[in-house]
Design a protein around this ligand. Structure first.
Ligand code: F6R
Length: 603
């Protein structure tokens, strides 16, 4: 979490290059921001609480410099305010930091005893003190950075200025991303290449513990032994169009509309013509007698769908685990268990730690990840990409959908290997996959959730009900709503509500029931009646062929009937549209909800 960008240029460059870069990185956190700009060998700091727009409005538009560092923060140590905003400075060192210094408390105490006075509550200022101390002792910048990094525990990507060489930026990273960019007369560092893509699409990777030096001659990379590394820049895989809103009012809406294309691309990647192609595009699953699906938030919900499908279609024992619990649960895992990690970013701290734990135990690990080159993608034994493209809105939509698509294929592959999929069913699924993108496109364009949104916007609590796969969908629908509209909601397995929570149902409490399974329709309707009897205002999201006029509801949203393996992909759409519509009515910041960040790299 947190985003950093820095540049060194041979000509005076507008501060806007940092501001625009920070705006692209705001998905990583937006509690406060700041820049350090060097003009005529003088450094000036500008910092503020709040979003980049606040800083932009405070800055003189003509401000320029030949080098600069900038930061957008997701607060860990110290409340979001002006003082705790980066960059931080102690004597000879000014730096920006993405990551977390786990031993900052002890180090702070140690340096306070040495007479250092800290101005902020941040772990980053402590890192400044350590580096400044190492610099005072060695007077060699590379050695000082290397020494400081042996003292600091945790994760970091640092962009560093030393006071006697303000035309150079030093950078190092460990367990936090950092990329380098090479343009004409200008070089960059950034947490993600979207930050400098408007200037250059030539990107260089920086490996863990390597040091990069940016100056007017270009970029020099030094390895851990102090030797220079020759590395050619590559063209960025990300395009400028992917990071623009393209006429939509929010990235969330743009990304919902991209779902049909993403689904087409993802399915096409794994099966060119038929499901039999999975034999070539996925490894054999024959040895596995058990699957464990691990993730956080929406990725966990995608895992719940996978568990249901793996058990129903392949009849193989499966479970879904929250990464933050799984990693500390001393899980019982055997050689015939596959642990499947699901993540959009591929950097979620708990998911990554859980993967590393499994790798250490020698258990087979799979990563279903969207960001190529991310830690999970690199470290898992098997990497199965989702092909959602860059997802910018903090709340996931298209990446979640493509996770469900890849997981469905994984379950189908196992079902085929277990001889649990008849030829007819295989053909039926292939036909459905073919028509899915167009069906989704029509559905997104034609579905109105206005009536439900109009009601919900006036309530403080909403309940979502469903059974089986519909329960997993309800959990994801509920998360979307609370995440971007700030309306409290809870999702319940429909049969479970009466075991306590039903006491919260009062007159007009909105309850949204999802019904897509023909075998459970009567049960779910009965559960809905139970809350309606107690005054709830009931809404139905129901598969079109299961709906009959006999079912009362304040509004009904019909879901297209598709093969049950694919139902989860289409049925989430109205929930995403609903969350968007409610948040829009309430005037919420849809792409950047409060307190959140896109990649959660802290535990
Ligand atoms: C919700 C959302 C989060 C993420 C979760 C895991 O809309 O986006 O719940 O799903 O933080 O993140 P990744 O998938 O990057 O591991």
């Amino acid at each position: 979490m947190c985003g950093i960008i820095g540049f060194v240029s041979s000509e005076n460059t507008k501060a806007a290059v940092l501001i625009e870069g920070l705006k692209k990185l705001e998905y990583r956190g937006y509690d406060s921001c700041g820049i350090a700009l060097v003009h005529n060998q003088e450094m000036a700091l500008y910092k503020t609480k709040g979003k980049v727009k606040v800083l932009e409005d405070k800055l003189d538009k003509s401000l320029e410099g030949t080098s600069g560092l900038a930061h957008t923060r997701w607060a860990t140590h110290g409340e979001p305010n002006d003082v705790n905003a980066h960059p931080h400075q102690i004597e000879r060192v000014t730096l920006v930091h993405n990551g977390i210094i786990e031993n900052s408390h002890e180090l702070r105490k140690f340096y306070e005893m040495q007479g250092v006075t800290f101005k902020t509550e941040t772990d980053t200022e402590v890192a400044c003190a350590v580096l400044n101390d190492c610099m005072n002792k060695t007077n060699n910048k590379i050695e000082a950075i290397q020494k400081a990094c042996t003292i600091l525990k945790g994760s970091y990507a640092f962009g560093i200025f030393f006071d006697d060489e303000l035309d150079k930026i030093y950078a190092i990273r460990k367990d936090s991303p950092l990329l380098l960019g090479e343009g004409k007369n200008i070089v960059f560092l950034a947490s993600d290449c979207s930050a400098f893509l408007e200037t250059t699409n030539r990107v260089l990777e920086l490996n863990e513990n390597e040091i990069a030096i940016l100056d007017v001659t270009g970029i020099t990379i030094i390895d851990e032994e102090g030797n220079e590394v020759k590395r050619e820049s590559k063209e960025a895989t990300l395009s400028l169009e992917e990071i623009q809103k393209d006429g939509y009012d929010t990235f969330l809406m743009k990304e919902i509309h991209e779902e049909p294309m993403v689904i087409k691309k993802t399915f096409h990647h794994y099966m060119k013509k038929s499901l039999t192609d999975l034999n070539d595009t996925m490894p054999s699953l024959k040895k596995y007698k058990r699957f464990v699906f691990v993730g956080c938030g929406s990725a966990y919900h995608a895992g719940m769908i996978a568990k249901t499908l793996m058990e129903q279609k392949a009849r193989v024992i499966s479970s879904t685990e929250l990464a933050s619990e799984f990693r500390y649960s001393n899980p019982i895992l055997d050689d015939d268990t596959a642990v499947v990690f699901i993540s959009q970013s591929g950097e979620t701290a708990d998911t990554l730690a859980a993967l590393r734990m499994c790798n250490e135990k020698g258990i087979d690990t799979f990563a279903i990840v969207n960001v190529l080159g991310s830690s999970l993608a690199k470290e898992a034994k098997v990497f199965l990409p989702t092909l959602a493209g860059k997802e910018i809105s903090v709340a996931t939509t298209k990446a979640y959908c493509s996770q469900v698509a890849v997981l469905s294929l994984l379950c189908l592959k196992k079902a085929m290997e277990e001889n649990k999929l008849s030829r007819e069913e295989k053909l039926a699924i292939e036909n459905e996959i073919e028509r899915l993108p167009l069906l989704m496109k029509k559905y997104i364009n034609q579905t109105s959730v206005e009536k439900i949104a109009d009601t919900i916007q006036h309530h403080n609590h909403v309940f979502f009900l469903g059974r089986g796969l519909d329960y997993a969908l309800s959990l994801e629908g509920s998360l979307k709503l609370k995440e971007i509209s700030y309306i409290h909601s809870e999702a319940y397995a429909a049969g479970e509500l009466k075991h306590g929570t039903i006491s919260l149902i009062e007159k007009d409490t909105p309850v949204i029931t999802c019904i897509t399974n023909p075998d459970l329709v009567l049960k779910s309707i009965s559960n809905t009646k139970e809350v309606e009897t107690r005054g709830a205002k009931v809404f139905l999201l129901i598969r079109e062929d299961l709906y009959s006029n006999l079912m009362d509801a304040s509004a009904v949203i019909l879901l297209p009937k598709v093969h049950d393996v694919l139902q989860g992909i289409v049925s989430i759409l109205p929930y995403q549209l609903l969350a968007y519509t409610v948040a829009k009515k309430l005037g919420c910041d849809i792409d950047q909800p409060r307190n959140l960040a896109k990649s959660v790299t802290v535990e």
